[in-house]
Design a protein around this ligand. Structure first.
Ligand code: GYE
Length: 343
């Protein structure tokens, strides 16, 4: 009987020891006890976030193009909630708000920061902070000043805006048969998309179109309302305007309204060339009220998140991932093209 009892006791001890040994090595350490009165368990360590965490500091809502880009980014994140976590901020056209948003993303410790710089200059300080925090930065759809150290951002995903300006000049020259008076509606002052479109257009005109005069060039801030306003004042100032180059389609749509209200036929009396390729511009071209739009795609979300994933994984990417855009003159804009445009 004693023997059986001793055997059972040994067995129980072996089992107890085995149970202790099977305890996972990374279990939290027991909380220090307060003299055996109450034992509070240690808090469990926060689980590591395996999702790709991206902070996107959007400029605002100045144009249909901008809304299309925002929707694309938000839809992508909504469709991929199992792998992606998006923190989105709307800076309401203000650089200081974009900088604030970027600083809050640094604080959160996001994996990657993406943003379209509203203007080209003034980013050194905040981009240095991103660099010091080890957070890669993707510039989206606009660039920063060429004099800024380009080591301060990792890559840019954007169209070639100089090319767009040149294509607009080629189209305008064709539409005017090589001679006439042109006015220009510029985008946001200091934005790379405006600076470079102007550069491409003006330089091409100066070098190749001696019969065309650029009579005036003024900002309409990429908005439809200001495009209309500035076109109204041009129409009052100049007796004869043959063409208007608008740095985006929203301003072209505003200019169309101004031209109609002045009793002239947009697209006929005054030729209109825009940039972006939004549905509203295609509809205007189909209606004969606009003549050409140089595409600049806002559908960038796939590229943004793919690039961000690569950067998180430590892979290297190209310094400029350039969008492939097309020129849409009236002969290319059919009912099908308009119907197929989602934005
Ligand atoms: O053309 C315009 C928008 O930065 C490429 O900004 C973008 C431009 C686009 O507001 O419509």
């Amino acid at each position: 009987m004693k023997k059986i009892f001793a055997l059972l006791l040994t067995l129980a001890m072996v089992l107890a020891l085995a149970a202790c040994g099977s305890q996972p090595a990374n279990d939290p350490a027991p909380a220090p006890s307060d003299g055996g009165q109450t034992d509070t368990p240690a808090p469990a360590p926060a689980p590591e976030n395996t999702k790709l965490v991206v902070g996107f500091a959007q400029i605002g809502q100045e144009s249909g193009w901008r809304d299309a880009e925002t929707n694309d980014v938000q839809w992508y994140a909504a469709r991929n909630t199992d792998t992606v976590e998006l923190h989105f901020a709307d800076a309401q056209q203000k650089q200081e708000n974009q900088i604030k948003a970027i600083r809050s993303f640094i604080e959160m410790g996001v994996d990657v920061i993406a943003f379209p710089p509203v203007v080209e200059t003034g980013w050194e300080a905040v981009l240095t902070e991103c660099q010091e925090a080890g957070i890669p930065v993707i510039l989206v759809d606009r660039g920063i000043d060429a004099n800024t150290d380009d080591g301060l951002y990792t890559t840019m995903i954007a169209s070639d805006h100089v090319w767009a300006g040149e294509q607009a000049a080629i189209a305008m020259n064709d539409l005017l048969g090589g001679s006439g008076v042109v006015v220009e509606l510029e985008g946001t002052v200091g934005a790379s998309a405006a600076v470079q479109r102007k550069q491409g257009f003006d330089e091409y005109m100066a070098a190749n179109c001696s019969g065309i005069e650029i009579a005036a060039s003024q900002t309409g801030d990429f908005t439809r309302a200001q495009g209309k306003e500035v076109m109204e004042s041009f129409l009052k100032t100049y007796d004869k305007i043959d063409g208007v180059f608008c740095h985006n389609d929203d301003m072209a749509l505003g200019a169309i309204e101004a031209i109609k209200e002045a009793g002239l036929k947009p697209g006929v009396d005054i030729k209109i060339v825009g940039v972006d390729g939004v549905k509203g511009a295609f509809e205007a071209i189909l209606a004969g009220e606009m003549n050409c739009t140089v595409e600049c795609t806002p559908i960038l979300a796939n590229q943004i998140f793919d690039t961000a994933a690569k950067l998180k994984a430590g892979e290297s990417v190209e310094k400029w991932v350039m969008s492939a855009d097309e020129v849409y003159t009236a002969d290319r804009v059919t009912e099908d093209v308009v119907a197929g445009r989602a934005y």
